[in-house]
Design a protein around this ligand. Sequence first.
Ligand SMILES: Cc1ncc(C[n+]2csc(CCOP(=O)(O)OP(=O)(O)O)c2C)c(N)n1
Ligand SMILES: [Mg+2]
Length: 548
Amino acid sequence: MAIGSEIIGQALKRQGADMFFYIMGGPMMHTELATMGQGIRGIDVRHEQAAAMMAFAYARLRNRPGICMAASGPATTNLVTGVAHAWADCTPVIALGGASPDVSTGHGVFQEIEQLPMFEPCTKWADRVHDPRRIPELINRAFHEAMGGKPGPVYLDLPGDVLYAEVDENKIEWPDPWDPSKRARPAASDAEVRQIVERLKNAKQPVIISGSGILWSEAPDELQKFVEATGIPFFTTPQGRGVIPEDHDYCYLTARSTAFREADVILVLGTRMNYIIGHAAPPRFNADASVMRVDIDPGEIANSPRKLDVGVVGDVKTVLGQLTDALQGQVTPDNYATWRERLRGYNSEKEEAAEKVLSNPSRPVHPLRLCKEVRDFIDRDGILCVDGQEILNFGRQAMPTFTPGHRLNSGCFGTMGVGLPFGVGAKAAKPDKQVVVVHGDGSFGFNAMELDTAVRNDLPITVVISLNGGWTADPKNEKPGRNLGFTRFDQMAESLGCYGEFVEDPDEIRPALYRAREANEAGKVALVNVRTDENAGATTTAFTQYRT
Ligand SMILES: Cc1ncc(C[n+]2csc(CCOP(=O)(O)OP(=O)(O)O)c2C)c(N)n1
Ligand SMILES: [Mg+2]
């Protein structure tokens, strides 16, 4: 005989889970113990929202579901922001929430609240277990739902009486677990391939916009081959960066707006046409451009905010392979040489001008100078997490990414507080990689205690804080509740067992970063607190009608 909690541990093991993020508490304690008893690493955190955010980072770096667990009531409600963030960024997080007993629903028992409806709007699938014999089936469904088609978070509600109910293990049916090699990979039809080829043959100024779909589909190599065979300039969403190294000949980071405005063909690959890319609509994009799109989700194709000339429901890895074959001898990089030359010229001019600003020697440190120091310090295959507003916007073009998916940020939900949990989850997922988190001082505060999680769980990352004394820049002193003071987060970090440094001189940033790296190499978490200019506000495309 076994109890429901033990069945969960076994089910997770069969699905290939190797890690989960959690805070202990009833009725989940036995589930957490049973899961660890299966040899699955449990990382105990300090806030459940951070557990969900760590699971998010794990999922993105390992291309498999990240798992988080929480106790009932307030612990599970704490998961919501992290799960909602995963929903907004289409990331496969499996959230397991303990719940008050099924049998006493509505009797006002300990930590009772209807949890399932809270997760319905922010998951792809949410359900409640009523019978422990169905746990393997529902855990299996959770993995398939999270990873199938366009990925996303799922939630399973686990009432205490079900977790502690006894079942005869011999009567349990174990389904075949989720298998990444069996991912559905629908292809484009011959007619669709022909239509795309025709349009690219006639194009003069095409662009590619790719997103996280390239990562989930394991298609970075296919994208790079396609780009190199055709010579089409490529741009990515902030979440889908690094799919092709950003110092590639056909990457023009700072010519993005010009390329979007002037493109005559827009090829949208594995990304939503949401506000992040201005819905691919005028005036940011040419109104006369033809728009072609490949997406695994039929809903995305059907719901495109701009009329598509060709909309392919397909797996982007498969379709890119088809297109590269079909375009052979039809389109070569020569087709678009003039277009690329124009973008390259523009890009180099802007980069040269930017390099001067990036080297700004002033005190307090300009955030761009901080970005330059991090850029010149971080490993080429290091994982960079960025969170904040000004520092995020300044960092966007100032710090490139060279490895697929090795850039995590506040994403399209704009969630402040993700940076540190992302860094901790990333280090847990990829222990051999250097992990650097560049954090605004305000956003750092949300989950600052996760420094302690990193220390206790031996996850040596480096956190760099842009200490501009509050939320965003406020040169005219007109924002409510903006000022936070210049907190010595380095001292706070030291008191938690980290290595800490406080830096005011721009020339001292790099040496401090190298000392932080030494601390990491010696197994210590490090925090470098850099006093930055509170008046330095980044200009960026307006995403909304209001500004933060
Ligand atoms: C959870 C959450 N709360 C509030 C906001 C609103 N908000 C957006 S940007 C921002 C300020 C970020 O400040 P900081 O992290 O210090 O970075 P800085 O802009 O100063 O570089 C706030 C409060 C948000 N996006 N998310
Ligand atoms: Mg700030």
